[in-house]
Design a protein around this ligand. Structure first.
Ligand SMILES: [Mn+2]
Length: 414
């Protein structure tokens, strides 16, 4: 048994709206495909979150399909499991279209066997058996893990590659310790390779009795806080895995555009003093040719957060020759106008915290609307309801669609 394959995850294609960052997102995928062709990989395995949303914009969809096809035309396969971002069990998802068209192949399709869950297994031509568990929203894939027929996977005749898109409780990085995860004990033992996704930090570990668990981290910029980590020097790429009696891994960097990170703490300052500090910190930074992430945080002692003028900061950074700028002021508050109660450093986190904070104050008798179940429902509703009307779509069609999706999520009769 010999050969190579690529293990990538968390591509989040379509996450970036900024033109420059969007191009980076694409360049990372191009490099994965280039390397896979040049180094003659037997296959590419994508451990979920290929797209940032189930139905990405057409430009993203077209680009991704073209890139995947460049590899497919060499006669090799792209295997995938679905992530928490690019798949919804109830809505349409582009990834299903790609599968139907043969652009990629899903592994670990759920099959029930005597009340247990047996993920389907694909045998690649190099002899590896590829399977896995796709993610569901809000880490509901844990339910699958609980009924996973582990013995079935452990007794396969051949080396098994097990793809999954979940945190593993025993190997969560410190800052994610509160997140939903799956304990090691729910994984099948002694498989050849555990191909992780979902955790946006590169991580590899050999677990005695199990085998090598690998998380490549985001292939490119990721989204939200990943951007900050990228600007701080986090390396991005995928793993090249050599096929042998044991998997040998090599991290292949796909590279990122030159980035700089300006972390500006304005805690206990008046808004005037904060503006002066921002000015002086930015003017002391060589930004020419760099994409600059500016993070402004702290509680202003006086003045309003809106006194910190984003447009002016943007002008200053662009005027210094930066190729782009993104300003993160989620952590900026004012003591005088302390109307923001909910904390969080990303939109997603703030949404979850807002719901979580409010859900317990509601007087509701039905249990499915409260607690974690209610939270999941609220998030699912928000995800559907935030979708804008499409260009050319009739208002009545749009409203009807919204209503029926909302009813479906709530489980209300049509
Ligand atoms: Mn992800």
């Amino acid at each position: 048994m010999s050969g190579l394959f690529a293990h990538a995850a968390d591509l989040h294609l379509g996450a970036m709206k900024d033109r420059v960052l969007r191009e980076q997102e694409r360049e990372s995928l191009r490099r994965l495909i280039d390397t896979a062709i040049e180094r003659d990989y037997d296959f590419i395995l994508l451990s979920g979150d290929i797209f940032h949303v189930p139905v990405p914009d057409m430009e993203t969809a077209t680009f991704a399909t073209q890139q995947f096809m460049r590899f497919r035309e060499t006669g090799k396969m792209i295997y995938a499991i679905y992530g928490s971002h690019d798949y919804s069990p109830t809505d349409a998802a582009l990834i299903e279209v790609l599968e139907a068209a043969g652009v990629l192949r899903r592994v670990g399709r759920p099959e029930k066997y005597q009340g247990m869950f047996r993920p389907s297994i694909v045998r690649d031509r190099d002899g590896l058996l590829i399977t896995g568990v796709s993610a569901r929203k809000n880490a509901l894939e844990r339910n699958y893990f609980e009924i996973l027929d582990r013995e079935y996977l452990e007794s396969q005749d051949g080396p098994v590659v097990f793809a999954f898109h979940s945190g593993v409780t025993e190997m969560l990085p410190q800052y994610l310790s509160g997140m939903e995860s799956v304990p090691l004990s729910l994984f099948p033992k002694n498989l050849w390779y555990y191909a992780g996704g979902h955790i946006h930090v590169r991580y590899e570990n050999d677990f005695p009795g199990y085998g090598r668990f690998v998380f490549p981290g985001p292939l490119s910029l990721g989204y939200g806080e990943d951007l900050e980590r990228a600007a701080r020097g986090d390396r991005r790429g995928f793993f090249e895995v050599s096929i042998g009696s044991r998997p040998e891994t090599r991290f292949v960097e796909t590279g990122l555009l030159p980035m700089k990170f300006a972390d500006i703490d304005v805690d206990s300052m008046s808004s005037e003093a904060a503006n002066r500090k921002i000015d002086s910190e930015l003017s002391g930074l060589d930004m020419k040719g760099y994409y600059v992430i500016v993070k402004i945080h702290g509680t202003l002692s006086s003045g309003k957060t809106s006194d910190i003028d984003t447009a002016r900061i943007r002008g200053q950074v662009e005027g210094a020759g930066a190729i782009g700028v993104q300003i993160n002021r989620h952590g900026l508050e004012s003591r005088e106008f302390a109307d923001i109660r909910v904390q969080g450093t990303s939109n997603e986190e703030i949404e979850v915290n807002t719901f979580r904070e409010n859900i317990d104050t509601l007087k509701i008798s039905s249990p499915e609307l409260t607690g974690e179940r209610g939270l999941g429902l609220a998030l699912e509703l928000l995800r559907v309801l935030r979708v804008d009307i499409k260009p050319g779509e009739q208002k009545s069609t749009y409203e009807k669609g919204m209503l029926s999706q909302a009813k479906r999520i709530l489980g209300v009769e049509q």
